[in-house]
Design a protein around this ligand. Sequence first.
Ligand SMILES: NC(=O)C1=CN([C@@H]2O[C@H](COP(=O)(O)OP(=O)(O)OC[C@H]3O[C@@H](n4cnc5c(N)ncnc54)[C@H](O)[C@@H]3O)[C@@H](O)[C@H]2O)[C@@H](O)CC1
Ligand SMILES: Nc1ncnc2c1ncn2[C@@H]1O[C@H](COP(=O)(O)OP(=O)(O)O)[C@@H](O)[C@H]1O
Ligand SMILES: [K+]
Length: 456
Amino acid sequence: MGLIDTAALSCGVSGLMLMENAGTAVARAIVRRFRPCRVLVLAGPGNNGGDGYVAARRLAERGWPVAVAPLAPPRPASDAAAAAALWRGPVVAADEGRVQSAELVIDAVFGAGLARDVDPGTVALLGAARRLVAIDVPSGVDGATGAVRGAAPRADLTVTFAGLKPGHLLFPGRALCGETVCAEIGMPAAAFARVETKTWRNTPVLWRLPAPAATGHKYERGHLTILAGPMSGAAILAAAAARRIGAGLVTLAGPDPAGVPPGIIVSRAALDELVTDPRRRVWLCGPGLGVEAAGQTLARLVAAGRAIVADADALTSAAGEAERLRGVAAITPHEGEFARVFPDLQADRLSRARAAAARIGAVVVLKGPDTVIAAPDGRAAINANAPPFLATAGSGDTLAGIAAGLLVQGMPAFEACCAAVWLHGAAATRAGGGLIAEDLADHLPMVVENIKKFNF
Ligand SMILES: NC(=O)C1=CN([C@@H]2O[C@H](COP(=O)(O)OP(=O)(O)OC[C@H]3O[C@@H](n4cnc5c(N)ncnc54)[C@H](O)[C@@H]3O)[C@@H](O)[C@H]2O)[C@@H](O)CC1
Ligand SMILES: Nc1ncnc2c1ncn2[C@@H]1O[C@H](COP(=O)(O)OP(=O)(O)O)[C@@H](O)[C@H]1O
Ligand SMILES: [K+]
């Protein structure tokens, strides 16, 4: 049972009532999406199975032909046993033939109580379903991590309760859930208050974007310095994104590259001179810089106490030496860079990002289709709005530019990184398929406008 379920019970809410509401929500979600058809409920021994018995009863009440196939009897005197006792319809043996002939199968085998790998017999049964609706999670998906224990079926619809779990947002679990519905089941507010939440889905309710002061000047909006190296395109992409997200002034520090837009300042001054300028508080270090140069400049910036977003070559320069990143504000590794810097961290993405953030005392943005943003104090957000066509060269440079552009405007590092990742995904969605990295920055202003309009 999850922490929130336990908290609900200690608030005086009955488990049976929650189960009744959960099963009813499953039936409602099914009725809304499918025509009446022959349904088979595969019921496990715990509360997930109990939800299945309730869903069976609710569908049967609406005239749907339903049978329940228990994979194991409910534990005696449990809520699930009480729900099973109220089921008056057919109880059949769980075999593959029955599963195949059902027009819709409800997976009520394991939910939050999944404790070990699912046995091959159960895997085969679930795999035989033509159309599958999973209660809470597809059985075999670990709700805490999105990992698959043994095997898990691909559901057409997953109905969960009270709040999405990490496993609904992290791959591979996310891909197995199909459409995901989160139903309200009467969980009392006091139960939520008792459980300290440290993991969220990344949405605009988590952060507030900076607004320019009516009388502010460009330096007050923030002066970002981006180190530019031999692959100057990366720094130019980052600069464009930082400017579009509202940085008042962006300087590229390094050799004067070709094709720099006129609004970007290029400085060839020595690093020692730039780093001692008190107005240059925030720096982006890494994209296109070259590993050796990135390592040297990173050390100099850290020593000067600057707020740094470290990406790309700056991360590779710290391969196997994560302590070199201590003192930065945020790092933005993809899986390859993460593995280089933290070769000993092997757990799921959420745990790894958290452990890395705690180790270096900085925000870690572990990029991918399910980017995880983790703070050193244990807070973490999982992002789910990035379309797959965001995987294109230069899009990471753009993300680093957005994050640095928000940091320079005074957002705290965790909020700046969460906002950057969400805005990046939203800009990509707005740009549509065929997107190239150069497109992203131009979509940021409308994405920001929409956030304001919908008053998130
Ligand atoms: N009690 C509550 O407050 C609520 C619980 N709900 C439901 O309760 C579910 C969690 O119920 P439970 O904690 O009873 O857990 P489950 O029903 O997920 O499974 C528990 C049982 O399965 C066994 N088990 C776990 N993994 C197994 C494996 N791989 N092979 C064989 N047996 C295995 C466990 O030992 C245990 O006996 C949620 O997913 C949700 O569906 C909902 O009714 C909403 C409210
Ligand atoms: N399958 C995917 N779906 C959605 N977003 C993705 C996917 N793969 C990668 N991304 C995102 O694309 C960006 C790629 O960054 P990165 O690998 O650093 O690229 P580059 O170095 O070329 O700029 C990251 O923000 C990452 O989260
Ligand atoms: K399930």
